[in-house]
Design a protein around this ligand. Structure first.
Ligand code: F6R
Length: 357
């Protein structure tokens, strides 16, 4: 039930800090150590390469999961869009582990890859919000996202839950492999949950930014570099699917290779700048689009913010910024859809779970 909320999407956006705290609780034992199915730990340790398979928003979580796993657990990871995998089946490593990420656990494109990889005899792990779903039953192992039912078609809390569980999995694997890490995932995720709470309290500010930037536009661009790029792609998907504004997310460095041709007077460009090492370059991109008339909105992070930034998220660990920086993007998409009288929870032409290939 949505209670006092006008839409499930808004309720689910607000639930995110609680979902993260629930995940911390579920994945921690009484000695504050990571609690994880020992078989999953073994499978992670035994593989020589991970193939993440997913669609849509879950694919975007996978792109960040690759960063977590490669940086912390030091296992190479490939991320594939499920519907493309069979046509472009990569040369597999000797000991692959397939990781399926799916909120519903019912996505047909992902399932068809699972059927195919099982036939080849490869182990599979599913991260899903629905234990007992097809992808969960048919894989060897399951990790539960604990996000609670997600009703709005646009995925919000499942995305942040997927990233939280992927981060825990990455750290657990690092520990199992004896990699030296100076990163306490539960503590860092606790900080993220607090940041999320502060961000969901900034609805009025975000609604007004949405009015300023998106009220009449037909398109919108999201730019970012490194980890921010992947969050931008998710922000673009959220915006297009519920407000029908044509939106595209791409790497800041790619601007000059084509997309900058589309920038004209008043074109909204949302720039993410939460990563210290790329902050000067993305800010350079903002100047380039501004010089061509763009209306730029910079979302940065406390600690590396600059005076003119339109929105600043609280400080969280650099690797976990997507869990916080996506919240303003979700809320901007929500208000853009609301202001255009769109059906927020049930956008046209879309279904909550896509059970056909
Ligand atoms: C976007 C969205 C979709 C799903 C995609 C995969 O907001 O909801 O892109 O993420 O259809 O669905 P699952 O995660 O259920 O496999």
């Amino acid at each position: 039930e949505k209670g006092t909320y006008p839409h499930f999407m808004l309720k689910e956006i607000d639930e995110q800090p609680f979902v993260i705290r629930k995940i911390i609780q579920e994945y921690q034992d009484e000695n504050d150590q990571i609690k994880l199915d020992p078989d999953v730990r073994e499978a992670m340790k035994a593989c020589d390469r991970i193939y993440i398979i997913a669609a849509g928003t879950s694919y975007h979580a996978g792109l960040l999961g690759k960063q977590f796993i490669e940086k912390m657990a030091q296992i190479p990871v490939e991320v594939h869009v499920a519907s493309e995998f069979s046509y472009n089946m990569p040369l597999l490593s000797e000991k692959p582990l397939f990781v399926f990420i799916s909120q519903s656990g019912e996505t047909a494109d992902s399932r068809s890859v699972l059927v195919q990889t099982k036939e080849l005899g490869h182990p599979a792990l599913t991260l899903t919000n629905v234990p007992g779903s097809t992808l969960s039953r048919e894989a060897d192992y399951t990790l539960h996202l604990h996000a609670g039912p997600e009703i709005a078609v646009a995925s919000t809390k499942a995305y942040t839950a997927q990233m939280a569980v992927l981060a825990i999995l990455a750290v657990d694997t690092a520990h199992a492999k004896g990699v030296d890490l100076d990163f306490d995932p539960m503590q860092e995720l606790g900080i993220v949950a607090n940041a999320m709470e502060a961000l969901t309290d900034q609805k009025e500010e975000l609604e007004s930014l949405t009015r300023d930037y998106l009220s009449t536009t037909r398109n919108c661009f999201f730019i970012g570099r490194s980890i921010d790029h992947y969050v931008g792609v998710e922000g673009a998907l959220k915006l297009k699917e519920i407000s029908y504004i044509q939106a595209e997310g791409f790497a800041g460095g790619e601007l000059k290779h084509g997309t900058i041709a589309l920038i004209e007077d008043g074109t909204p460009v949302i720039a993410l700048a939460t990563q210290k090492n790329v902050s000067p370059s993305i800010r350079g991109n903002v100047q380039e689009v501004e010089a061509r008339g763009a209306n730029s909105l910079t979302i940065s992070m406390k600690g590396i913010e600059e005076e003119d930034d339109e929105f600043v998220i609280p400080h969280v660990h650099e690797l976990l910024t997507p869990l916080a920086s996506v919240i303003p993007l979700q809320l901007i998409a929500y208000y853009a859809a609301l202001h255009r009288d769109c059906d927020v929870d049930k956008p046209r032409n879309l279904a909550k779970s896509v059970t056909v290939e």
